[in-house]
Write a protein that binds this ligand. Structure first.
Ligand SMILES: Cc1ncc(COP(=O)(O)O)c(C=O)c1O
Length: 439
């Protein structure tokens, strides 16, 4: 008999959580997404303890951030030591920044030989878009329906979800958005087995109709994250890369959430041997300490001269030290291998649940990033966002924390820290199965 790690002591949300939620609503704008109604107190590995003492298994990793598990002791120790020495000196050099850059370069494919540190994913995306325009002297960016690259202006303009753009007025001129292969809901009503990736042919039509002859670059996620963990069919990304090269465009791969082992390889670009000119990196880079980075070919990022890019917090000592420790742990422990192994067993069990449940329309993903798409009816595929929220609540009441994503808000995120054990995976799946049966 395995030892259970979850423990629910009373009603969820408990009294302390409820009290904090009420205080929060009085003082901070309530504009974040739907979450289980619990306030976290502390977390280690894959478990989270709330302020009422309930212990959950976490399928969120924050939002695919804490890949190495919550609060890994080496990361915490290093950050504490550095915090006592130096917190911020803006652009002035310190040893941690040099070491972080060296370590990051050491784990990148050789053609990406320069990096630059910032703090958020949106910031690095903005940087990549700016660099593609500066380097080519052109200004049109091709991006994808359902894409999410952040909430700042150029990033949301390249995005293909309505939420971040609502009420913002016109987006950045030169944004050309085209369909992404959301095969479960193919915009062309084609079948993946026989379509020969016809959505890629559509790129030519789109560009012919929309481009004024100023194509600078393409930005794409290896899989759509916020749109619902939508993975393109095998070969799609490689053919996209060939297409954009034929149009002399630069290539930004947005690996803000797909990197650091999440898909079962260190970088998602490894699966198809992609060679982007720029890669945006965030989330897992600091495994909980805010850090982001652009990785690039030196001749591409070299277009920026002195004084042309920096940010107040980018490359600060704490973030830099975290980046280095995270690389060290990744190289030593290879959590991406665990992600591949545990991900496969979790996917298998989720697919078995799909067979039985009237509401699970699709299960997709690789490594430890999987989406479970809920529908009201498997034939009509009508999205079920309300059931999705209900499932989040019922799962929390039983000891499992999940979040949701999706174009229609009906996709559950299965993205635990990469250090999850087989026993923890099964325990969390048992809770999920039970919650699903209670819908
Ligand atoms: C692929 C991708 N790019 C960019 C971002 C924006 O990152 P941040 O929220 O750190 O600005 C996200 C965040 O979820 C993301 O998933």
């Amino acid at each position: 008999m395995n030892h259970r790690v979850t423990s629910i002591r009373g009603p969820v949300p408990g009294p302390r959580s409820l009290e904090l939620l009420a205080r929060w609503a009085r003082v901070e704008a309530q504009c974040t997404g739907y979450q289980a109604k619990v306030a976290w107190d502390h977390a280690h590995g894959v478990t989270v303890t709330d302020v009422d003492g309930n212990v959950y298994i976490d399928w969120t990793s924050g939002v695919l951030v804490t890949n190495l598990g919550h609060c890994p002791p080496e990361l915490v120790k290093t950050v504490q030591e550095v915090a006592a020495k130096l917190l911020n000196n803006y652009e002035c050099l310190h040893p941690w920044r040099v070491e972080a850059a060296e370590k990051l370069i050491s784990v990148l494919p050789p053609h990406l030989d320069k990096c630059f540190f910032l703090t958020t994913g949106s910031e690095v995306v903005e940087g990549c878009l700016r660099i593609m325009k500066r380097k080519t002297g052109k200004w049109e960016i091709v991006s994808f329906y359902g894409g999410f690259h952040g909430r700042t202006y150029a990033a949301l303009s390249a995005g293909g979800l309505p939420g971040p753009k609502k009420g913002y007025g016109p987006t950045v001129p030169g944004s050309i958005r085209v369909p992404f292969p959301y095969c479960y809901r193919c915009p062309f009503k084609a079948e993946p087995a026989t379509c020969d990736l016809l959505c890629l042919d559509y790129l030519d039509d789109a560009v012919r109709a929309e481009s004024t002859g100023s194509l600078a670059g393409v930005i794409v996620e290896p899989y759509l994250g916020a749109a619902g963990f939508i993975f393109p069919p095998e070969g799609w990304l490689k053919r996209l890369e060939q297409w954009l090269r034929a149009h002399a465009m630069l290539f930004t791969l947005d690996e803000v959430q797909s990197s650091y082992g999440r898909t079962g390889k260190f970088w998602a670009m490894e699966w198809e041997g992609l060679t982007p000119d720029l890669v945006s990196i965030g989330k897992g880079l600091g495994s909980g300490i805010p850090a982001s980075a652009i990785a690039a070919r030196s001749e591409v990022i070299g277009v920026l001269g002195p004084g042309e890019m920096s940010s107040t917090m980018g490359g600060n000592p704490l973030a830099s030290a975290a980046v280095s420790v995270v690389v060290d742990i990744m190289k030593r422990d290879h959590p991406e291998q665990n992600a591949l192994r545990i991900g496969a067993l979790m996917k298998k069990r989720l697919q078995e649940m799909q067979e039985k449940s009237p509401y699970v329309g699709d299960v997709r993903g690789m490594g430890l990033v999987m989406g479970v798409e809920l529908v009201k009816d498997k034939k009509t595929k009508e999205p079920a966002p309300d059931l999705t929220h209900k499932l989040i609540d019922v799962a929390a009441e039983n000891g499992l924390l999940m979040g949701s994503v999706g174009v229609f808000g009906n996709v559950l995120r299965v993205a635990p820290p990469l250090v999850i054990t087989e026993a923890e995976a099964h325990e969390s799946l048992d809770i999920f199965e039970k919650a699903l049966a209670m819908l």
